[in-house]
Write a protein that binds this ligand. Sequence first.
Ligand code: MN
Ligand code: MN
Length: 306
Amino acid sequence: MEKILIFGHKNPDTDTIMSAIAMANLKNKLKKEAKAYRLGNINKETKFALDYFRQEEPELLEDLENSQSVILVDHNDFGQSVKNIENANILEVVDHHKISGFSTSEPLYYTAMPVGCTATIIYGMYKNKNIEIDSKIAGLMASAIISDTLLLKSPTTTDLDKKVLEELGEIAKIDVKEYGLEMLKAGTDLSDFSADELINIDSKPFSTNGVNYQVAQVNTASIEEVIKDKEKIENAMKNFISKNSQDLFVLLITDILENNSQILVAGSRKDIAEKAFNVKLNDNTAFLPGVVSRKKQVVPVIDKNC
Ligand code: MN
Ligand code: MN
């Protein structure tokens, strides 16, 4: 039997890791040989969730052999995927992002839904196949939804995410709110990150109309606590830009308790960020009330101004 490699995007977040694990679990229950992988280091929030439900972290995947069979979860952009993805045999994609930088030479299963989390879609796949979700997997999937929707507060949240999270919470026997806040807070401990590491915790490249830009996000319970290292962070962003030939770098510093973000902006096309958010940057920074979602509130408006 061919072995299927399942993985999410680089700079993995909780949804990417848990969705890969849940998808591998579903395939295994359907008698397929499949295994979850990660494309980078596990962040603190994800580690908290993995430890809580006693799940080992997936193995690191550095690149692919030609025509290796794979399933992509939580991404489709090859720029955010593993090395040599162009030569893989992509069997399936399960995702909730815009479709870009993606093409295959063979037909495939492609499941995309505009919901708050990939794990929400995978939950539906278990239901369709009549496969029971055990309590550990339910806990991991609940963690993914809590993470991607910021405990159902992000504007990406749909009624389906709410319903699925409630059901997963029951299977996992957790108080979703209490557990969720604890998990999100675990991800806000940025104390031992250097500025270079900080801008890479959750960072994604995009390319639109010839503009190459990067959007990174960090979660915090105190924007001031992060912004006090503004100078170091800006230097790290500038270095990143020159190393990766980027035109623009936007760092979202997101207050997960108040659901607002402060942005830090670097690059030769800062004007795009000003137009996108309709703000005047003050010393390369601006406060964006109610903005928490890169996917829904940041990338689309930047794209429109590229
Ligand atoms: Mn993700
Ligand atoms: Mn996701």
